[in-house]
Ligand binder design. Sequence first.
Ligand code: GAL
Length: 464
Amino acid sequence: MISKGYNMAITTNQTSPSHNISMAHATFHFPRNFIWGTATSSHQVEGNNTNNNWWAWEQEPGRIIQGHKSGPACDWWGGRWREDFDRAAETGQNAHRFSIEWSRIQPTPDRWDEEALDRYREMLRGLNERGMTSMVTLHHFSDPLWLAEMGGWEDESVIHSFEVYVRKAVEALREYCSLWITINEPNVYAFLGYLLGVFPPGKKDLRATLRVLENMMRAHAVSYQAIHSVQPVAQVGLAFHYRVADPARSWSPFDRGIAGLQSLYFNDLFPLACRDGVFYSPILRKRLPEVKGTQDFIGVNYYTSEFVAFNLLQPGTLFSRQFFPPHADLSDTGMLANEPAGMLRALNWSRKFNLPIIITENGVEDADDHLRPRYLIQHLHQTWRAVNFNWPVRGYFHWSLVDNFEWERGWTQRFGLWELDVETQARRKRPSADLYAEICRENGLSSEMVGRYAPEVLAELFPG
Ligand code: GAL
């Protein structure tokens, strides 16, 4: 059991000469230089990404909920990144994670678009001028159409193509960025696109899923070396989606078995390959020595935890059924449950890789912001506990800065600190943006903030 171990600094109101002890409050402080940012991705915010597989997928009937399309998205390609970066900087964020779009940089296999690279350079300079650190993701779910037509990540040739693209991009952008994510959530990309069929290319094929994972491991490894050869000071990692999977009935060996397998294949397969140089494939274990030791930090995306039950009737999900506990604190569309204890478990899990840890995504869909303040506070409280156990957590990126196109769920899920009206492109600040600003500025979370933004969890966090 982890003890509560509160390490609270008592601060008092310093504005009056005499100390007003009734105003005393406690603060969970974070280490100096802690990274406080938000995260976004190219296809979700740029708009008019017509040359990638997601755009094509959106045109197919039935693929996206209610037929939604990314369209102009948040119009970052039209220049609105400027105002959104202003919002981030003005509200105390000191970093931003965004992705660059392969299909823009290399529109066809034999052509580089220098103008696109200039634009990304401008965005990075924009962050720099606002005093913010940038983290660039080189692949966040979307692929150039030409790549998809050549077999995408199923075909081994992607390894070389990705390395060439990464080298080109890093050479162009190294002046303003040294923190790189090669691939965002390879597990989500492979499982949703090739096993569950809800992401392009919509396959349901275990062998293809494993092929994609292996190609992603090898492409990551060669890119890791390429980035370091272009920029020796680079810090390179991946962002892994970590999802707690507990057996529905702890006494059932079937539930325990299936939960263990889900955790192994979804959470562990990829990072273990990066640690050990072994692909622990369920079909044929394979040595991949070139993949060993190819991370400088571990990026963790944590959103929720679930129960898993064995179910013979669900072969499509490998005989498992996932669900949230009956009284879970659910998000708007019921897609996420607010399970903050899972954040500590995700961070604890990350420790086995013996690397600095960065929370590369965490957030919740919540259009009217009734849940987000509590969610944010409770997850940062767990993060603070990890930091105070001396676990090497270096930063936190909230998903997301502004509402954006949420993949197969279109515009039905609102993850932004700012609300977006897609028609007018108007932004409206949600209360959570102010809460996050206070946390970033304070480099900590105080009882007073919790009392104002989520009084319902005050007694839990600050039992007094
Ligand atoms: C992650 C993904 C993001 C965003 C987020 C919220 O899995 O990396 O692009 O969609 O989920 O659902």
